[in-house]
Design a protein around this ligand. Structure first.
Ligand code: OGA
Ligand code: NI
Length: 367
């Protein structure tokens, strides 16, 4: 039991056996609105050599998948698109999705209602949701504010949409807009995942059935990147890969996403009204490393507020993910990753500091 020294004695320091009280961080939004802000607190300064590697100037365009051809009843068109999808997953891990059928007005509405959410008072935002990765609503700043040693120039809200739908109470229109948007996006994601399954030489519904996507996890993760007076010192999001199977991202016209490709960082300028898709760690596991969950990051700028809405789609929380047996046996490849429940992976990722690497390295076999 900890003993307490009399007050006023030099021994009345906080005992080391007690965890420090949780940090009460201000949001980046509030910080960026401080009058006359011309520099940034040192806790937002990332070491130059680690994260600010040069950006590639190649103009190699990222692959585009025409969703309408993926769902085409013309078998030739569909199989050609599936081959392109497989190639995009193998070579890039990222691709644009056009002709997806989600109306432009819904994409605009979700961005605007998330902007309104971030405009709520600090007290209102801080008062909602929990702090744990499995809490259905989570508002916060940085990446994982309880463990980050350097803070990211980003505020976020993450809201479970499926298998159970959740919504903050404010703004009042959030519920209806999010429900409609997430339903439509989930249909697109599930169809792409079917295509990915086929592109791996598996049954079309293999991933859907094995990982119980009927009860699959889907979140809305809204990111706010306020203007930063020293963008070259800060990071919106440092390099990371996404958990889950497939993330579909949109943004308000303002760029900032960079993707690692052939060892270099590439700026991504999405085609308007398209989704930027990336495969997540659990496709890498399921494919036994054939498809890689690629590192990406978000940089910030000193002019415009950037908002991005990422919608990750994962297995059911209780599903155990391991390399597909067909991909392991057929090629005589030993499984490169251990089996793990999706829910446990999420907890592992939340407890891990971002160190420029993917959390996947923690469950890779033999290295
Ligand atoms: C994410 C993410 C990138 C962006 O939310 O996981 O990578 O451009 N976002 O905001
Ligand atoms: Ni991401």
């Amino acid at each position: 039991m900890a003993t307490t020294a009399p007050t006023g004695s030099p021994l009345s320091q906080p005992s080391l056996t007690h965890p420090p009280p949780p940090r009460k961080l201000t949001t980046v939004k509030a910080l960026s609105e401080s009058p006359g802000l011309s520099s940034i607190p040192s806790i937002y300064t990332f070491p130059k050599q680690t994260y600010h590697e040069p950006v590639s100037d190649t103009k190699e365009p990222i692959p585009t998948i025409d969703f309408s051809l993926l769902t085409s009843s013309h078998p030739g068109q569909r199989s050609k698109t599936i081959r392109e999808l497989g190639k995009a997953c193998r070579n890039w891990g990222f691709f644009m999705v056009t002709n997806h059928g989600v109306p432009e007005r819904m994409m605009k509405a979700i961005i605007e209602v998330c902007r309104e959410f971030f405009e709520l008072s600090e007290e209102e935002k801080r008062g909602i949701g929990g702090k744990h990765v499995l809490d259905p609503i989570r508002f916060g700043t940085s990446f994982n504010e309880s463990v980050d040693e350097i803070l990211c120039w980003r505020d976020y809200v993450k809201i479970f949409q499926h298998p159970e739908f959740h919504s903050p109470k404010k703004p009042p229109s959030f519920r209806e807009i999010a429900l409609e948007y997430s339903k439509r996006v989930r249909l697109v994601a599930r169809e792409i995942i079917r295509g990915i399954s086929e592109s791996l030489g598996l049954e079309k519904d293999y991933i859907d059935e094995t990982l119980n996507l009927e009860n699959g996890l889907q979140l809305i993760a809204a990111n706010l990147y306020p203007p930063c007076p020293r963008p070259e010192l800060a990071m919106g999001l440092p390099p990371h890969s996404d958990h889950g199977l497939l993330t579909l991202l949109i943004q308000n016209q303002i760029g900032g996403l960079q993707v690692q490709h052939k060892g270099k960082w590439l700026n991504i300028d999405p085609i308007p009204n398209s989704f930027l898709a990336n495969i997540g760690d659990h496709i890498e596991i399921l494919s036994n490393g054939k498809y890689k969950s690629v590192l990406h990051r978000a940089v910030v700028n000193n002019r415009d507020v950037r908002i991005s809405i990422a919608v990750p789609h994962g297995p059911a929380l209780d599903a155990i993910v391991s390399p597909a047996s067909k991909l392991v046996e057929d090629v005589g490849n030993p499984p490169a990753y251990g089996a793990m429940k999706y829910k446990e992976y999420l907890e592992l990722q939340q407890g891990t500091m971002l160190n420029g690497k993917s959390c996947l390295e923690r469950i890779r076999n033999g290295d």
